[in-house]
Design a protein around this ligand. Structure first.
Ligand SMILES: Cc1cc2nc3c(=O)[nH]c(=O)nc-3n(C[C@H](O)[C@H](O)[C@H](O)COP(=O)(O)O)c2cc1C
Ligand code: SF4
Length: 488
């Protein structure tokens, strides 16, 4: 009998490590214990998958006290389900970026190769840089960090600049509330990220890669570092007969704004994380004034899947959390609606939900009456919403949206880097206005719109520039929570 368990951060947070340790301590020759990447179906954790006599079963929400009974007779366990691949919440997903989840030991390079690992690298090594970039262009790969910027433009720009030193940076700061897809890759499929960064280095002629990782991800750091060490031992990193590429991890200090690419560069240069005015673009003059390619974790993975031949369509890895029965990762085609995500995948009655915030703390709030919208950036942006890094946080029907908004503004105030006046001062004034909006409402609204306009037009980065999205969506759809009725 083979038993598989995940030690991903989410699984560990509900006790998978203790279960792993208990199983390890049992001297029972009838089973083999294996670490496996998570399925990212978080409501099922701790999850044991069992393979016996060519049959696969799974036991969900395992507790330590159940272990002896499970080992005696797994088929008699409580929370027993059939092969997890056949469950609708997984079967109805289309996993491309997350295709390896649940199928590998995260730090086994042999497992990675069995799943098609390093095939993309082999392909790219036979191609010219311009052809690699052309293929990325034709596939229309867009940045997954939130701005949907065409990836090929950055790659082309960095390639075209003559420089003895160039850098490739992976933005793994993942500061958006409700986002966890980057972490899932780094903890569960780290070799895909390493391979993607090698491909980027070879293509743009950079010999050095850096993963800028948020400090709140110690498990990701440990696993990614182990995978990097293994990649060095196997000559994928360092200098070999075909290329030279070094890769290391730098941990941030915990500022949200250091996810913004120019503040990230400042932080890497050991300076305070302040946003830099653009131009120059980082692709032309970035880290230590050298051409620098910066992409999000998922953008890199999208590219590795393209050259590996497994990217059969564009998918969105939705990260669902909050007031839903099932939270986790749902990677789907581009055409599912918010309603389908919540009712079908998360098994939650729509009437229980008041709103969802999509795209992190700077995203807009979508009210229930708009849940017919498809979860893709084109459709959402037509109605004034954004997809961003594709986190979806659900708020239950009893939530007071004024409390949520004021809490968010506190976050903006706290995380503002202070470089530009509209955001440094404007966020504080915004909080004052919103706190007492129900008194002298008309004159306050005039001031408020003026302030939001200034923030939008004059801020140096998205922290100030996107503030209007959350504020206006809450006022428009949930004005009652401010005691002022709906505002059009
Ligand atoms: C305040 C702020 C925070 C950001 N945080 C992140 C982040 O945590 N991760 C990320 O990939 N991009 C983040 N971005 C976007 C980056 O500036 C940049 O667009 C991204 O790294 C580019 O990669 P991509 O083209 O692959 O999306 C943030 C932007 C802003 C304005
Ligand atoms: S908008 Fe805010 S976070 Fe961005 S540069 Fe200006 S002060 Fe800094």
């Amino acid at each position: 009998m083979n038993i598989y368990i995940s030690l991903d951060t989410c699984a560990q947070s509900v006790g998978s490590f203790e279960i792993f340790e208990k199983l390890k301590g049992i001297n029972n020759p009838t089973f083999t214990l294996n670490k496996r990447s998570t399925r990212a179906l978080m409501w099922l954790e701790p999850l044991l998958e069992i393979e016996q006599d060519n049959k696969q079963i799974a036991i969900t929400n395992v507790e330590n006290i159940d272990i002896e009974n499970i080992l005696k007779n797994p088929l008699n366990s409580k929370n027993l389900i059939d092969n997890i691949d056949n469950q609708p919440y997984l079967k109805n997903q289309h996993r491309v970026i997350f295709k390896n989840l649940g199928k590998n030991d995260p730090t086994s390079i042999e497992d990675y190769k069995k799943l098609g690992g390093f095939r993309a690298l082999e392909t790219v090594l036979k191609m010219e840089s311009k052809d690699v970039i052309e293929k990325i262009k034709i596939a229309d790969i867009r940045g997954r960090g939130g701005a949907f910027f065409p990836a090929y433009i950055k790659w082309q720009t960095v390639l075209s600049i003559q420089s003895d030193i160039k850098y490739v940076i992976c933005n793994a700061d993942e500061g958006d509330s409700g986002s966890f897809a980057d972490r899932l890759i780094m903890e569960n499929d780290p070799f895909s990220l390493i391979e993607a960064m090698i491909i980027a280095g070879i293509t743009v002629n950079a010999k050095e890669g850096i993963v800028y990782l948020r400090s709140e991800y110690p498990n990701a750091k440990k696993i990614l570092q182990k995978a990097i060490d293994i990649a060095y031992q196997n000559n994928y990193l360092g200098k070999n007969d075909s290329y030279e590429f070094d890769l290391y991890i730098v941990t941030g200090g915990g500022a949200y704004v250091c996810g913004e690419e120019t503040a990230l560069i400042e932080s890497l240069e050991n300076k305070r994380g302040l946003v830099r005015p653009r131009p120059p673009l980082p692709a032309i003059s970035g880290l230590f004034n050298k051409p620098t390619l910066i992409n999000n974790v998922l953008s890199f993975i999208d590219i590795v899947r393209l050259f590996e031949g497994s990217r059969d369509m564009h998918t969105t890895p939705l990260q669902l959390s909050g007031a839903v029965k099932r939270s986790g990762l749902f990677e789907v085609a581009n055409d599912i609606t918010i309603e389908e995500l919540i009712s079908k995948f998360a098994d939650t009655p729509i009437d229980d939900i008041k709103a969802v915030q999509i795209g992190g703390p700077l995203g807009a709030f979508v009210p229930k009456e708009k849940f017919y919208l498809k979860l893709n950036n084109d459709e959402l942006s037509k109605e004034g919403f954004i997809l961003g890094h594709a986190s979806v946080v659900a708020f239950n029907k009893n939530t007071n949206m004024k409390d949520i908004l004021l809490n968010l503004i506190d976050f903006y105030i706290h995380e503002s880097c202070g470089k530009c006046t509209p955001c440094r001062i404007g966020q504080v004034r915004l909080k004052e206005i919103l706190t007492n909006l129900n008194q002298n409402t008309q004159s306050k609204l005039i001031l408020l719109y003026d302030l939001l306009d200034t923030l939008k037009e004059a801020s140096l980065c998205g922290l100030g520039g996107l503030t209007h999205l959350s504020v206006l969506s809450i006022l428009k759809f949930f004005g009652n929570d401010f005691g002022i009725g709906d505002i059009q």
